[in-house]
Ligand binder design. Structure first.
Ligand SMILES: Nc1ncnc2c1ncn2[C@@H]1O[C@H](COP(=O)(O)OP(=O)(O)OP(=O)(O)O)[C@@H](O)[C@H]1O
Ligand SMILES: O=P(O)(O)OC[C@H]1O[C@H](OP(=O)(O)OP(=O)(O)O)[C@H](O)[C@@H]1O
Length: 220
């Protein structure tokens, strides 16, 4: 029985390699250098499909992939239909933040009840955050480089992912609110979990043991 795992290239692929190795899975090619979208592995029964990070839940939801790895950001925006979130893998960690240009008095704008223009690739997360605070916003949906939006007058603020803070700093922006901690999760197609349980369970066990080792190492 073949298992198909959906992954995005870049940081998720890189950070998933040790997890795959623990499950005895080694990709036959590097998606950074190969143009192939279906990558074989050392195991005849396991293949990887390389998709956009935000497309991973869709492939898993419809069963085109049995398993996938996606950020909490992507999973919240997608919704949970057709898939189970099985495991927090603790990889690709970052924070979802509100950021504004240095010198913009965000607290004063909020206090005044100003209507804010907010650019984001994560409209659901952004909308819910400001709704909870009772702040009126117009959300402007973007697909990348949110940091540019306030610099050219497209928005007052952004909702984006922050890790080192280097991108904000390089663009003279500053974070003003923390919304969520983000990490990537293993998701499984609901039907596949039943039908391919025997093949999926060892992968889950191997991934969990790597996550537990990482947690133990953090405590030491
Ligand atoms: N700077 C970062 N540091 C750590 N993790 C990050 C960072 N940026 C994004 N992530 C996490 O990694 C996931 C994949 O990010 P990646 O940059 O590979 O894709 P993307 O460009 O956001 O997605 P898409 O190609 O679908 O637009 C994100 O969904 C998020 O959970
Ligand atoms: O705080 P930092 O360490 O600077 O990381 C933050 C940046 O990382 C992400 O972009 P990414 O590098 O994934 O680029 P992309 O969204 O264009 O793929 C995010 O959208 C920020 O722009």
């Amino acid at each position: 029985m073949k298992l198909t795992i959906a992954l995005s290239k870049g940081r998720i692929f890189e950070e998933t390699l040790p997890l795959l190795a623990a499950a005895g899975i080694v990709p036959a090619e590097d998606p950074e250098s190969s143009r192939k979208l279906i990558i074989g592995t050392n195991r005849d029964d396991v293949r990887l499909v390389i998709v956009r990070a935000s497309d991973v839940p869709t492939y898993v939801q419809y069963g085109a992939a049995d398993l996938g790895i996606a950020g909490r950001d992507v999973l919240i925006e997608h919704g949970g239909d057709g898939l189970y979130q099985m495991l927090d893998l603790n990889i690709a960690r970052c924070k979802m933040m509100v950021a504004v240009p240095e010198g913009f008095d965000y607290d004063a704008a909020v206090k005044k009840g100003a209507r804010l223009k907010v650019a984001s690739k994560y409209p659901l997360i952004a909308r819910e955050h400001f709704a909870k605070k009772g702040v009126h916003v117009d959300i402007i949906k973007l697909y990348g480089s949110m940091e540019l939006a306030p610099l050219v007058g497209l928005s007052d603020a952004i909702v984006d992912l922050v890790s080192t803070g280097g991108t904000l700093k390089a663009n003279r922006l500053t974070s003003v609110e923390h919304i969520l901690d983000i990490s990537s999760r293993l998701v499984v197609n609901q039907a596949a979990l039943k039908l391919k349980y025997g093949a999926i369970q060892p992968v889950l066990d191997a991934f969990s043991s790597v996550v537990r080792q990482g947690e133990a190492a953090c405590k030491d």
